[in-house]
Design a binder for this molecule. Structure first.
Ligand SMILES: [Cu+2]
Length: 327
């Protein structure tokens, strides 16, 4: 039976499309998705995966087919038939990839815009609207203005991140808490203000599908909402020195209750018992404490054994002054 070539092409086309769509949805290449933003990135990745699979099958299929269909016959010493340009074919194979690339570009930009809905990504200065400069005791200090009023994303948890060779440090805005692990509650928007102490680093959490550079002298930003409790790696994604590979810590996405417990324990740990100032003023944890943090060095060393203690000491002494009460 001789199947007309147009019918065969149609069947092959449908088969390639179905296989590509299946691979796009079932590639299993991505780790757990642990943030609200991850779903959109995954959809984009899966769409690109489907297109790549289709292209691969098409190109490799044509190559394999040609290997057999156009093999030189025995004793055939003639030249191949001369083939000149085919305008309709050239239009088709230019127009279809152009349309696909254009669609991907628009789709990618749309995803970027919606993941970056707060305008926090990058190093633009919009995010600085969340803070105001207040003058307390002749010291200029940055203070968070608190619940919802100033934060473009209501109720978000603001954390200042510092990258240094070879560790990440997390300063909880408006508190004395400094941690080597990033603790965040599930379901609450988080805003990171990222800095680097020495060289360029990159803050990357594969499970959140988010990555942001940490650049000395420039504050960059990242906003996300974790939605799946668990421990996930934070990896430095920029070759930053001899021990770059060891520059790892973790983000612990707690349930709101567990986060509350951790937060309370850190408030106690970072408050000198003689000062009795550890007052959590409101649900946003705008905690005011004017005491030093005796346990911070020990904690940081315990959590980051790879970090030179002198570096941590230098960092702590150069850290921003304690934030003022913003009641
Ligand atoms: Cu690094």
């Amino acid at each position: 039976m001789n199947v007309p070539s147009s019918v065969a092409t149609l069947i092959i086309g449908i088969a390639i499309t179905l296989i590509s769509l299946w691979v796009g949805q079932n590639n299993g290449l991505l780790p757990t998705a642990a943030s609200v933003e991850a779903a959109q990135i995954d959809n984009l990745f899966n769409a690109m995966m489907a297109i790549a699979t289709g292209l691969f099958l098409l190109v490799q299929g044509a190559l394999l087919y040609s290997l057999f269909a156009f093999r030189k016959k025995k004793d055939d010493d003639t030249d191949a038939a001369p083939v000149h340009g085919n305008v309709p074919l050239e239009i088709v194979w230019t127009a279809i990839p152009s349309a696909i690339v254009l669609w991907l570009a628009i789709y990618s930009f749309d995803v970027y815009q919606s993941v970056n809905s707060g305008g926090f990504m990058g190093s633009d200065h919009m995010a600085h609207a969340q803070s105001k400069i207040v003058n307390v005791s002749n010291q200029t200090q940055m203070a968070d203005m608190g619940s919802g009023m100033s934060n473009p994303i209501d109720n978000s948890l603001v954390i200042n991140v510092k990258g240094l060779q070879y560790a990440w440090l997390f300063y909880y805005d408006g508190t004395d808490i400094v941690s080597g692990d990033l603790h965040v509650p599930s379901g609450r928007p988080v805003e990171l203000n990222i800095n680097a102490q020495d060289v360029i680093h990159a803050f990357w959490v594969p499970e959140f599908r988010l990555k942001q550079d940490a650049v000395p002298g420039v504050e960059t930003h990242l906003a996300f909402t974790p939605n799946k409790p668990g421990n996930y790696p934070i990896i430095c994604a920029e070759l930053c020195g001899a021990y770059h590979g060891a520059m790892k810590t973790r983000v612990i996405v707690d349930t709101p209750e567990d986060y509350e417990t951790w937060y309370s324990s850190r408030v106690v740990a970072t408050t000198d018992s003689s000062s009795e100032v550890a007052a959590t003023s409101n649900a946003d944890h705008q905690m005011a404490s004017l005491t030093p943090e005796p346990d911070a060095l020990t904690d940081l060393q315990a959590e980051n054994p790879s970090v030179d203690s002198q570096q941590i000491q230098a960092l702590l002494s150069s850290a921003e002054p304690l934030t003022a009460p913003n009641l």
